[in-house]
Design a protein around this ligand. Structure first.
Ligand SMILES: NC(=O)c1ccc[n+]([C@@H]2O[C@H](COP(=O)([O-])OP(=O)(O)OC[C@H]3O[C@@H](n4cnc5c(N)ncnc54)[C@H](OP(=O)(O)O)[C@@H]3O)[C@@H](O)[C@H]2O)c1
Length: 339
């Protein structure tokens, strides 16, 4: 059992922690938070809590939440750290990991250059083998890579994708927009170059808008191949990958609200939907062009990727074995939606 420390226990950190403890080859050694808020109370029921400094320790002591020690103690008791702190905090933490000579995984809010190795289990599990520092790409980038990577079996292509992004996560009461649609004025949005940091050399352009919802992102994707394509062949390539699932408007699944309802009703922990969801009805091929919509549950799609990154960096299991084990533990591939 390898010991995994989780630095940052928010949307991503708490999910990765629970997923680690579902595996039989790893366990959580503790988590780090800076503030003794309600989530710290929740965490203290399941995990040992560590803090970054004396200032935080005093806050926890005053709140009556037991602290096991400082982040250095957690690092000393761990073989790898999953850094799930807010955007750009990972960059400040990397020197701490380097000084302790401990491996670390960062999240998509950090720049690719922090590790020079951006990760997606399907696309480049083997590149992370034995590496010290790896970045799991963001939720949107993970979604794009999951459905684009299988198509590499069908020829060369370029990608034009438009992203409708959720404004923020459900627990976040401070961010917006709440009554606007906010275009990302940088074109391409950062997602295209981020996909190309994993699928190297891919011609991909992305545009994005933020909308007032907290549930999921939706992408409109257009793939232009160098040859004509057959819809059934594309479907059968996608169906080889459990982390992609299909829904159908014929079953009245027509919105992200209904996707979340499926996750809730099928007993998924926190109503998480680790898979990228494709609307089967809308998958269309016109000559050499493919069009599709996909839904991304931003809070959870990167969770299995973090587990596989741990296995690759610590050389615990090969690609197929790791993905199979991760999927089984999270019940990925067990959801059957119908037509
Ligand atoms: N949310 C998403 O949809 C999503 C999806 C994919 C990837 N990501 C990426 O995952 C990373 C984490 O995002 P998140 O959404 O999980 O953030 P989050 O919900 O804001 O959680 C961040 C956590 O880090 C803790 N924290 C803050 N400052 C810290 C510090 N200096 N040292 C240690 N812990 C600290 C916070 O608790 P305290 O305030 O108590 O310290 C909190 O537990 C980011 O890189 C983000 O871009 C997010």
């Amino acid at each position: 059992m390898v010991k995994v420390g989780i630095n940052g226990y928010g949307t991503i950190g708490k999910r990765v922690a629970d997923a680690v403890n579902l595996q039989d080859d790893m366990k959580v050694s503790g988590i780090v938070k800076t503030r003794p808020d309600y989530m710290a109370f929740v965490a203290s029921r399941k995990y040992k809590i560590f803090v970054p400094d004396a200032k935080s320790k005093k806050l926890f002591d005053d709140a009556g939440i037991k602290v096991e020690g400082y982040i250095d103690n957690l690092i000393d008791d761990s073989e790898i750290i999953v850094d799930a702190t807010p955007d750009d905090v990972g960059k400040e933490n990397k020197p701490i990991y380097e000084s302790h000579k401990i491996k670390a995984i960062f999240q998509g809010g950090e720049d690719h250059e922090l590790t020079n190795l951006s990760f997606n289990a399907y696309a480049n599990f083997n590149e992370a083998w034995g590496k010290d520092y790896v970045r799991v790409v963001s939720c949107n980038t993970t979604g794009l890579i999951r459905t684009i990577y299988p198509l590499t079996a069908l020829g060369n292509f370029k990608v034009r994708a438009n992203l409708v992004r959720r404004a923020t996560d459900p627990n976040d009461h401070k961010k917006g927009p709440i009554n606007s649609i906010e275009p990302d004025l940088k074109i391409p949005s950062h997602h295209g170059p981020d996909v190309a940091s994993v699928l190297k050399g891919l011609d991909i352009q992305t545009m994005a808008v933020k909308v007032p919802t907290t549930l999921m992102h939706v992408h409109f994707v257009n793939i232009i191949f160098d040859r004509d394509q057959d819809r059934e062949k594309i479907m059968s390539e996608w169906k080889k990958y459990r982390r992609i699932v299909f829904v159908s408007g014929k079953d009245d699944v027509k919105s992200t609200g209904q996707l979340m309802e499926i996750a809730r009703e099928t007993g998924r922990s926190r109503s998480d939907l680790y898979e990228i969801v494709l609307w089967k009805d809308a998958v269309s091929v016109k000559g050499n062009e493919l069009f599709y919509y996909q839904g991304i549950h931003q809070e959870s799609d990167v969770v299995p990727e973090n587990i596989d990154a741990i296995r690759s960096m610590l050389q615990l299991k090969g690609k197929e074995d790791s993905i199979n084990q991760t999927d089984k533990s999270l019940k990925i591939g067990e959801l059957v939606y119908g037509r």
